[in-house]
Design a protein around this ligand. Structure first.
Ligand code: FA5
Length: 335
């Protein structure tokens, strides 16, 4: 009977196809009630003569069974490992993973370009708060209470006395309060107006400029702005100054450049005038100097303020300002 057991085991081993089958086979042969354990128990009923030979046979079969089960077990483990390795394998022929890098927004690109030009001309860079008091946004800039000029800037009010700044000009006042002349800085930043169409957004960017010293004249203003516009739009760009009004400058001017799209012959963008309005400017009103304690007998100065979106639209020939803020990646990728 013990001689048959080996063959029976080999037959059964052949039909083992999973670790669970193998476990069951082990129980059937080596478990407490398994064939080999029973055979060992039955040894006691053999005659003393038969016992040593039979005992040896049973042990041989037991070792045989244990060895085969161990090697089958190792084969299963090996197979499992192979499966895991294959599942986690790196296919080096697949394309790599690309990190999506962002890039500078076109408005920031233009802002940095403008800043760069002025820094090279000796201007420093000043910052001020976007949530501003009525005093800095209007009062100190010579907009008296209830003055109609306040309506030119459609203001977002936070409270009676606090506004979202409507222009970067309040930074002129804050900057002058902090230092004595000579003063030469630009102040770029976000400003807010209740205004929205294809050339106006409720949030936009301005760059303010201020220069104060003894003997600063309108010629200095013209020279600096022409130098800036020629660097920004090319050395052949025509520049013209038109009389205008701002409460904080006197005299005041609006500055136009020859249309860079049609070269001055007239087109849709320049509304057939051949000119494009680019910024506001003027000589600092002595009333503003008085508010910051500068001696108006000694010092004069000029200031200017430009819309960055307007400049970016001209530079890149974009006819709708809202494109800058729709976050359409196809638009933004082009810059
Ligand atoms: C001012 O804001 C003055 N503070 C500029 C200034 C500074 C004059 C220093 C004199 C001395 P104005 O309201 O014109 O001026 O605005 C300046 C520029 O901002 C405009 O030429 C235009 O390019 C831009 N701008 C005005 N409103 C909007 C808007 N809603 N969206 C986009 N750009 C605008």
């Amino acid at each position: 009977m013990i001689d048959d057991l080996k063959e029976k085991f080999l037959n059964e081993l052949e039909s083992v196809i999973s670790p669970a089958d193998l476990f069951q086979l082990r129980v059937n042969y080596l478990g407490k009630k398994g064939h080999l354990t029973s055979a060992l128990k039955a040894l006691s009923s053999a005659t003393p003569d038969e016992r040593p030979l039979l005992g040896k046979k049973i042990n041989d079969v037991k070792q045989f069974v244990e060895a085969h089960i161990a090697s089958k077990e190792a084969a299963f483990k090996n197979e499992e490992l192979k499966k895991q390795l294959l599942a986690g394998a790196i296919d080096i022929t697949l394309p790599g993973k690309y990190a999506a890098f962002g890039k500078e927004h076109p408005i920031n690109q233009v802002l940095f370009e403008i800043t760069d030009i002025f820094v090279k001309m000796g201007f420093s860079v000043e910052e001020g708060p976007e949530v501003e008091t009525d005093y800095y946004n209007f009062e100190a800039l010579n907009f008296p209470k209830d003055h109609p000029a306040r309506d030119m800037q459609d203001t977002f009010f936070v409270s009676d006395d606090i506004v979202l700044r409507t222009h970067t000009s309040p930074v002129q006042v804050r900057g002058m309060e902090k230092r004595k002349p000579p003063v030469r800085f630009i102040a770029p930043g976000k400003v807010y107006r209740c205004d929205a169409d294809i050339t106006h957004t409720p949030m936009f960017h301005q760059v303010e400029g201020l220069m104060v010293d003894k003997d600063i004249t309108f010629s200095n203003l013209k020279g600096i702005l022409e130098a800036f516009l020629h660097q920004m739009f090319g050395p052949d760009t025509r520049v013209r100054f038109r009389p205008s009004f701002f409460p904080f400058t006197e005299p005041s001017a609006e500055v136009d450049i020859g249309c860079i799209l049609c070269g001055g012959s007239g087109c849709r963008v320049c509304k057939n005038s051949g000119w494009l309005e680019i910024l506001g400017a003027g000589m600092v009103n002595p009333a503003v100097f008085k508010n910051v304690g500068y001696d108006t007998e000694i010092y004069t100065g000029f200031a200017f303020g430009m819309g960055i979106e307007r400049i970016a639209m001209l530079k890149y020939a974009i006819d709708d300002i809202r494109l800058f803020y729709e976050n359409d990646i196809r638009f933004l990728r082009q810059f």
